[in-house]
Design a protein around this ligand. Structure first.
Ligand SMILES: Nc1ncnc2c1ncn2[C@@H]1O[C@H](COP(=O)(O)OP(=O)(O)OP(=O)(O)O)[C@@H](O)[C@H]1O
Ligand SMILES: [Mg+2]
Length: 248
């Protein structure tokens, strides 16, 4: 199963949400950094200590001679026991169009033994990541709850539904709210975007810092508000399973 997370303009939190969900996935899950503006995890979660050749750019080269399983075995890195295995993203802005997203996505979507949660960064229709979005089993639009963020999210919701060729209200394209009720509720945002709600991840700065900046964990980290809710939402997402029809 391949799940893509994208954000709209004005809504930070997609990398944190993707890592929190992948770390809480009920099955084995790999985090793919597919942000066309470049990866965050090497400097964030990895605090600058990431094996140099462990990333997406290397997998793209590997795929010319070896299969996806072999490539991932060499290039995926798990930076800490509480973290999911991660394929770190691109180092340069502008590299995204050179990645064969369609082939890579199709292979990741039917990977044996693992689901893939993809941090696709901020959505732009012409950035080259669209072929990956199109082969996802589910897409999650990440937004904050301010009017500005919700307006931006509502503008791109129909484009995400078009990428998966699904109707409004189809459960395979959902909205995830980071810090609801400031001021809009999850239900109001879902209605405004015409997307089914996946739910909310709470505003939890301490736990978020573990994922975004590699801050240290503490004993009760798994019971933090962020991780508790991530577990619930990951279970809900994972239960969607693969889509019957696939466009690539
Ligand atoms: N649920 C949350 N509660 C509190 N703070 C959060 C939450 N999620 C993310 N943050 C904080 O917001 C900031 C941006 O988060 P993150 O890097 O996940 O955003 P992003 O959308 O991936 O940004 P970018 O556009 O740079 O890739 C970080 O400081 C992170 O700790
Ligand atoms: Mg990010």
């Amino acid at each position: 199963m391949l799940v893509g997370l994208v954000s709209a303009k004005g809504s930070p939190g997609v990398t944190t949400a993707a890592l929190a969900l992948a770390s809480s996935w009920p099955r084995t899950a790999l985090l793919l950094e597919a942000d066309p503006f470049g990866g965050d995890v090497r400097a964030g979660l990895g605090r600058g200590e990431w094996p140099l050749s462990a990333g997406l750019a290397e997998v793209v080269v590997d795929l010319r001679s070896i299969d996806i399983h072999e490539a991932l075995n060499q290039r995926v890195h798990r930076p800490a026991p509480y973290a999911p295995p991660v394929l770190a993203g691109l180092g340069c802005v502008g590299q995204a169009p050179s990645v064969p997203w369609s082939r890579l996505g199709a292979e990741l979507a039917r990977l044996a033994g693992a689901d893939v949660v993809a941090d696709c960064g901020r959505f732009t229709p012409a950035d080259g990541v669209a072929p990956l979005l199109q082969v996802c089993d589910a897409l999650v639009l990440v937004t904050n709850s301010s009017l500005r963020a919700v307006r931006a999210a509502a503008r791109i919701a129909p484009q995400l539904q078009a990428e998966l060729a699904v109707a409004p209200d189809d459960p395979h394209v959902m909205v995830l709210v980071i810090g609801a009720d400031c001021p809009y509720s999850v239900a109001e945002i879902a209605q405004g975007c015409r997307l089914p709600p996946l739910g909310e991840l709470p505003d939890d700065r301490r736990a978020a810092g573990v994922w975004s900046d590699g801050d240290p964990t503490w004993r009760a980290f798994p019971r933090s508000p962020l991780q508790r809710e991530a577990r619930r939402l990951a279970t809900k997402l994972a239960s969607l399973g693969t889509r019957g029809r696939r466009s690539a």
